[in-house]
Ligand binder design. Structure first.
Ligand code: FAD
Length: 472
């Protein structure tokens, strides 16, 4: 419980319609899409303007109250979970698409705008916002910026950080800052825009975002290549890139994932192959056709049993939607689904997938693997049951082995889902003490009181996948 005067002050700032304090109303804000991390907040507020965000943060600074920014709660590392209680600052009322600037090729909007709404709006004007997380229809752009979300177009187009030009953000003391802007070139001072991207709501609250846009590609084509072994699929990924082709999408699904997705979506995916590559290329029509032919030839050379081109855009979109449905599809198989995120240099993809399978067998846990093959970014997904502590312990050990293996192979502990709670314990292993001290210094410069999204990123002792709910 917060002191009564804090509730009164919040009421004064946002009004009763935008303040939740009853325990039953707080439960939906006690977790995100990451299983087994949960903690009730003491209040949830829905600010309607930058000024309200600033007033709320000023109140928190004056009263030393913890506060956790939240987009749409689709995060997969526990970033929006109020692990130390306090206030959840739900940003989805700030969802206005303020401007699509066709002269400068930029868009400016509030952080609560849903990713696919921006994509659709700019595409209607012949423009293109490439970042395409699998959660595109639910995630907020504020959440995308805070996590530096990736997605299915990372190989050719990069990730969220490659598109954000400028931000408005509120510091934990209530001061409003602006970083960057519409300029394509701007090297004045430290790059605070990039610093805030991927800062997971630990440095400042993002209240406005300006991104660059591209012209919408004239054509695109989708295909799937079917392989009898994982190493053939991985070799095809390497050969496509070595062939100087950068597909817009180059996704990998293993057989258990394919079976689950096909049973859920009926998209026509094969289930009798060891691995599938889902490939999409976009650009000028002649280039797309020529490159897709070369990609198909390379896949066959690397042992693909078959390469199937989507007949039309509708079939292509159905395949991409099926890929986006992997998490709900896998979630139907066991009571608890823990989707993880490890990245290795592309050339280590086959080794990493084989090691994941060996680790799963060693610990006796069910792990399906899919991911953004072109980026070396894999999502090993444990299908388990949170009610069985022994099984969860085995899953924990398997993931520990997986993250350490990724690091040994020159990879990293997260390619796109962020550190949050789930990876906090691995930060020092990943970066070493000196770099962590620099990062902590940055955190102190922004948030000397440690009130903004506490317990994330550096909490080496953070319990992993433990329900930490308190009594309402
Ligand atoms: C089915 C599914 C598929 C997914 N696929 C992908 C994928 O392909 N690629 C990928 O990268 N991720 C993926 N994700 C993860 C998730 O969708 C992304 O991390 C997304 O960016 C989170 O957005 P959100 O609005 O839900 O943020 P939340 O989960 O609400 O918050 C995430 C973090 O951002 C912070 N935050 C939110 N808004 C603000 C703000 N305005 N200012 C400051 N901090 C803020 C929070 O404090 C928290 O730390 C997937 C998730 C699901 C459930």
């Amino acid at each position: 419980m917060l002191p009564a005067q804090i509730y009164d002050a919040l009421l004064d700032i946002v009004g009763s319609a935008y303040l939740r304090i009853e325990p039953s109303q707080l439960v939906p804000y006690s977790y995100d899409a990451t299983p087994l991390f949960q903690h009730l907040p003491d209040a949830v507020v829905f600010p309607g303007s930058t000024d309200e965000v600033a007033r709320i943060l000023r109140l928190c600074a004056q009263t030393n109250t913890k506060i956790v920014p939240r987009g749409n709660g689709s995060g997969l590392s526990g970033g929006a979970v109020p692990i130390e209680g306090g206030i959840v600052l739900e940003m989805n009322r700030l969802h206005a698409l303020d401007e699509i600037d066709t002269a400068n090729l930029t868009a400016t909007f509030g952080p609560g705008l849903v990713t696919s709404q921006l994509s659709k709006a700019v595409e209607a004007q012949g423009l293109f916002y490439p970042p395409d997380p699998g959660s595109v229809v639910i995630s907020s752009l504020g959440g995308n910026v805070a996590e530096c979300a990736g997605g299915m177009r990372g190989l050719k187009y990069g990730v969220t950080k490659d598109y954000v030009l400028g931000l408005e953000a509120v510091l934990p003391n209530g001061e409003v800052i602006r970083t960057g802007g519409k300029n394509t070139k701007d090297v004045a001072g430290y790059d605070l825009t990039k610093l805030l991207i991927g800062s997971e709501g630990t440095l400042a609250v993002i209240t406005e975002i300006t991104v660059k846009l591209l012209p919408k590609p004239a054509a695109k084509q989708t295909a799937m290549a079917l392989f009898d072994t994982l190493s053939q699929a991985a070799a095809a990924v390497a050969a496509i890139i070595a062939g100087r082709i950068l597909p817009a999408t180059l996704e990998f699904l293993d057989q258990p994932t394919l079976k689950a997705v096909e049973a859920y979506t009926h998209a026509g995916l094969p289930t009798d192959v060891a691995a599938l590559l889902l490939i999409e290329q976009d650009g000028a029509a002649v280039v797309v056709q020529e490159e897709m032919e070369r990609i198909a030839a390379i896949c066959r050379q690397q042992g693909a049993r078959e390469v199937r081109l989507a007949r039309d855009a509708q079939e292509g979109e159905a395949l991409m939607s099926a890929r986006r449905a992997t998490l709900p599809a896998l979630s139907r198989l066991r009571p608890t689904t823990i989707l993880e995120d490890a990245t290795v240099p592309r050339a280590q993809l086959a080794t990493m997938v084989e090691r994941i399978n060996a680790i799963a067998a060693h610990h006796g846990v069910m792990i399906s693997t899919f991911g953004h093959a072109g980026d070396g970014n894999l999502h090993p997904t444990a299908l388990t049951d949170a009610r069985n502590p022994e099984e969860i312990e085995a899953v924990e050990q398997a993931f520990d082995d997986i993250f350490r293996t990724a690091l040994q192979l020159g990879g990293t502990i997260t390619g796109e889902h962020g550190v949050g709670l789930a990876k906090a314990a691995y930060m020092e292993v990943r970066f070493g003490k000196a770099a962590i001290e620099v990062m902590k210094g940055i955190k102190r410069a922004f948030d000397p009181q440690g009130i903004l999204n506490p317990g994330k990123m550096f909490a080496a002792q953070t319990p992993r996948r433990v329900v930490v709910n308190h009594d309402p």
